[in-house]
Design a protein around this ligand. Structure first.
Ligand code: NAI
Length: 235
């Protein structure tokens, strides 16, 4: 069936559907209605129907969604039914933490090797992935048909390494370095910034706190003084 283009917003929600469907399969659930899925995922049933309609409407009236079918289709759409060979550049704290996470393999992401400039790290093996010197980078990418590179190096080093990765044929960069990379149009970059996520959390928790204090002040006629949220000194 020919598929219409799926919006970025829907694509961004697919991993969450995928995770819930995976859990449902583990629980032995074979089918689920949009209402049940809605309760579980805490999004509206109409949102679910709208999202899943993008893929030709897997649901059937009165039957609901076939969990395994939906899971398989979403896996195909996200490309996690295929194998992706991945390397990690920067075998420090973060690089090793990623290499130590076994679940990526279950999603089809195989960590083929790691690269670093620190001679003390070179030669070590993290969960089967050897840490090599960056001088071998280009050859390794070609020999092992590597598609994806995770960048877990300091931001000052990231642009130069990104250029080398692109020249060697890398098609996707999972960028943890705190810098915006400039790459050709046929190379995709996914930025992951935990600190940005934490700042969004900070905004939400502060908004709740501010709102609570505003209500308390309004209730006692504005006599309770300044907010309790302590301000820290800016660096
Ligand atoms: P780390 O210092 O433990 O590891 C960095 C590694 O990169 C070191 O082993 C170093 O030898 C290696 N390296 C430096 N230049 C290199 C190059 N040109 N080629 C290959 N390897 C090179 O640091 P950590 O904690 O693992 O953080 C790594 C990077 O990730 C930092 O830039 C940090 O700011 C960033 N980071 C990003 C996060 C995010 O959410 N995006 C979260 C945590 C860290």
């Amino acid at each position: 069936m020919e598929q219409k283009p799926i919006s970025k917003a829907v694509i961004a929600r697919l991993p969450r559907y995928y995770r819930h469907l995976s859990e449902l399969m583990e629980e032995g659930v074979e089918r689920i209605s949009s209402n049940e899925l809605s309760l579980r995922m805490k999004v509206t049933a109409s949102q679910i129907r709208q999202d899943l309609n993008n893929f030709g409407g897997f649901g059937q009236q009165g039957y609901g969604y076939n969990v395994k079918y939906l899971y398989t289709e979403i896996a195909k759409i996200m490309g996690v039914d295929r194998q992706h060979n991945l390397i990690i550049i920067g075998a420090g704290n973060l690089g090793q933490a990623i290499a130590n996470y076994a679940n990526f393999e279950r999603r089809g992401f195989l960590i083929k090797g790691m690269f670093d400039i620190n001679p003390r790290l070179i030669g070590r093996v993290v969960r089967g992935a050897e840490i090599m010197g960056v001088e071998n980078l280009e050859k390794f990418i070609v020999d092992h048909e590597v598609q994806i590179a995770a960048l877990t190096i300091p931001k000052t080093k990231a642009p130069e390494i990104a250029d080398r990765l692109v020249a060697a044929g890398i098609k996707a960069i999972w960028n943890f370095a705190h810098t915006d990379l400039v790459v050709p149009d046929d190379v995709v970059v996914e930025n992951v910034h935990l600190s940005e996520s934490l700042m969004r959390l900070s905004y939400r928790v502060c908004s709740i706190q501010d709102e609570k204090e505003r209500r308390e002040r309004a209730q006692d006629g504005g006599t309770s003084g300044a907010g309790k949220g302590e301000r820290r000194q800016q660096p």
